[in-house]
Design a protein around this ligand. Structure first.
Ligand code: SAM
Length: 255
């Protein structure tokens, strides 16, 4: 399981982007103070923490199947009701929330139709169901750079840019309408994150997080070094601090 890692390792890999993305998703979803909200696939809680700030303590719930992430999310958002559960079987009654949000998760759900239907079920009629996923193909520089490097060395390497599901606003729009959500709207949310140097980017790839980390873990140390060198070259051989950008596809609908 590629998300059975400590929360701080996830933070250095993807959490640094999630922290920037969370306020953008909250704004896009139009989450207002006082609303009861659930964060589906919360990971170690970057969005959960922001939701607590936005709607107030006691109004936020969250779920994730990964045990270490649930532990981290409970530590970071102690007032939130964090459960270990998958989107496809949310442990809450019908109509429990005003909004259900899911950040960078729909593409990892075992059954996205079932997962988003569950988000719809736990939200009251006319409540908000919103999510975002990376626009993997071109606009997520970190993963684009990694898979380009891997595929220059191994043409059989997977490529999240062409293989990941739900990586366009069109696919998300279709999914939202298919599960019966109404007034569906989509947008792109762009963020950037800074790295102190190339190792600040490279080391988290070796933690085994997500598809890139899992792929790298299967290589021997010589092959890993080759990917590192290719990624370094592909990013223009940065010598000091640098910044990478990422764009997410966002979707919002009403239950
Ligand atoms: C890329 S992380 C995103 C975490 C967090 N939402 C964020 O913004 O950083 C993907 C998350 O989806 C979770 N996940 C995987 N399958 C899931 C499922 N079927 N239902 C809910 N969450 C799932 C993983 O455990 C992981 O925490």
């Amino acid at each position: 399981m590629s998300f059975a890692v400590a929360g701080d390792k996830y933070d250095r890999f993807m959490g640094r982007y999630s922290r920037e993305l969370s306020p953008r998703l909250i704004e896009f979803a139009r989450v207002e103070p006082g609303m009861a909200v659930v964060d589906v696939g919360c990971g170690p809680g970057p969005l959960t923490e922001r939701l607590v700030e936005r709607v107030g303590a006691g109004s936020v719930a969250a779920a994730d199947p990964s045990e270490p992430f649930v532990t981290a999310a409970r530590e970071r958002a102690p007032s939130a009701d964090v459960r270990q559960a998958a989107a496809e079987e949310l442990p809450w009654e019908d109509d429990s929330f005003d909004a259900a949000l899911s950040q960078l998760v729909v593409n990892f759900m075992r059954d996205a139709d079932a997962g988003v239907s569950e988000m719809r079920r736990v939200v009251r009629p006319d409540g908000v169901v919103a999510a975002c996923t990376w626009s993997y193909a071109d606009d997520m520089q970190m993963l684009r750079g990694f898979w380009d490097a891997a595929r220059r060395l191994d043409s059989g390497a997977p490529d999240e840019g062409s293989q990941m599901r739900y990586r366009t606003v069109e696919e998300l729009d279709e999914l939202w309408r298919r599960v019966g959500l109404t007034e569906v709207e989509t947008d792109h949310l762009s963020v950037e994150t800074g790295y102190t140097d190339f190792d600040d980017l490279w080391e988290p790839f070796t933690y085994g997080v997500g598809p890139a980390g899992v792929y790298l873990a299967k290589l021997d140390s010589e092959q890993r070094d080759q990917v590192r060198t290719e990624l370094f070259k592909g990013l223009g051989e940065p010598t000091g601090a640098f910044t990478l950008t990422a764009t997410a596809c966002a979707v919002r609908g009403l239950a």
